[in-house]
Design a protein around this ligand. Structure first.
Ligand code: NAD
Length: 256
């Protein structure tokens, strides 16, 4: 028995990183999984490997959400879960951030999450789940990622309001707030075929050994397990909440 037997779950930004691990774990737990991304080749290859379905979906485009939802309904007849995982990061101080860059991040992270809720919730089965991927920068500040942090704070607002508005149908909406996770976002060397990724991962571990109480960067598989918890009946009485998964980084400041 899998924890998601008989459920149909859409994961955005699932071609790689945390979304890929969520797709893998959900499939292993019995779900029909829809891999949605803009990276068509990578996403389709992953879907083929998993026996999942791939749909092209730019999460910032409402018409693409509508068409993705109708493709999924035609294929499976139902949708039980959504993981709004797609996201982008840009580094800049607020005063140096061009408006275009600010709007680009808002479009993917914040509008993408909003459109996911708006388009999928009306057709989600009663008792379904939505998991929004925020960040620990949703609950604290971080210099040089102001736009990203603003969108991730906004995702918590969307999460709480959606939880209130959908609870009468038994639909639960929660948010994950990962700290640093070893994916292409934190470790761009993963996208460079000439890079020594083991070496850059080791360097990141070294950095986070000093910053994070558990002494290492997080793994995408660990975030996937939280997504599974929030998508399965294991979290049946939990809605509207942010879940920090950060190796203890936000627990406090150490002076020794
Ligand atoms: P990643 O860059 O490996 O994955 C992001 C995925 O989103 C990619 O597959 C990308 O193609 C997809 N994507 C980007 N724009 C899209 C769009 N417009 N429409 C659809 N898909 C799009 O990074 P990741 O770490 O796996 O990121 C997953 C989520 O986790 C993001 O929301 C990110 O903000 C969040 N997060 C990451 C970290 C970290 O340290 N890696 C920490 C906290 C939160």
């Amino acid at each position: 028995m899998g924890k998601l037997d008989g459920r149909v779950v859409v994961v955005t930004g699932a071609a790689r990183g945390q979304g890929e691990q969520e797709a893998r774990l959900f499939r292993a737990e019995g779900a029909e999984v829809v891999v949605a991304d803009v990276l068509d080749e990578q996403g389709a290859a992953l879907a083929k490997e998993l026996g999942a379905r791939y749909v092209h979906l730019d999460v910032g485009e409402e018409d693409q959400w509508r068409s993705a939802v109708s493709t999924v309904k035609d294929a499976f007849g139902r949708i039980d879960g959504l993981v709004n995982n797609a996201g982008i990061l840009r580094f800049n101080s607020l005063v140096d951030t061009p408006l275009d860059e600010f709007m680009q991040v808002v479009r993917v992270n914040q509008v993408g999450c909003f459109l996911g809720i708006k388009t999928v919730a009306p057709v989600l089965e009663d008792g379904g789940t939505i998991v929004n991927t925020a960040s620990y920068t949703a609950v604290t500040g971080m210099a040089a990622v102001g736009t990203y942090a603003a969108t991730k704070h906004a995702i918590l607002g969307l999460t709480r309001v959606a939880a209130l508005e959908l609870a009468h149908r038994g639909i639960r909406v929660n948010a994950m707030c990962p700290g640093a996770v070893d994916t292409a976002m934190s470790n761009p060397a993963q996208l460079d075929p000439t890079a020594d990724v083991e070496e850059t991962s080791r360097a990141l571990d070294e950095l986070y050994r000093k910053l994070v109480p558990l002494g290492r960067i997080g793994k995408p598989e660990e975030v996937a397990r939280l997504a599974l918890f929030l998508t399965s009946d294991d979290s049946s009485y939990i809605t509207g909440q942010p879940f920090v998964i950060d190796g203890g980084w936000l627990a406090g400041v150490s002076v020794i």
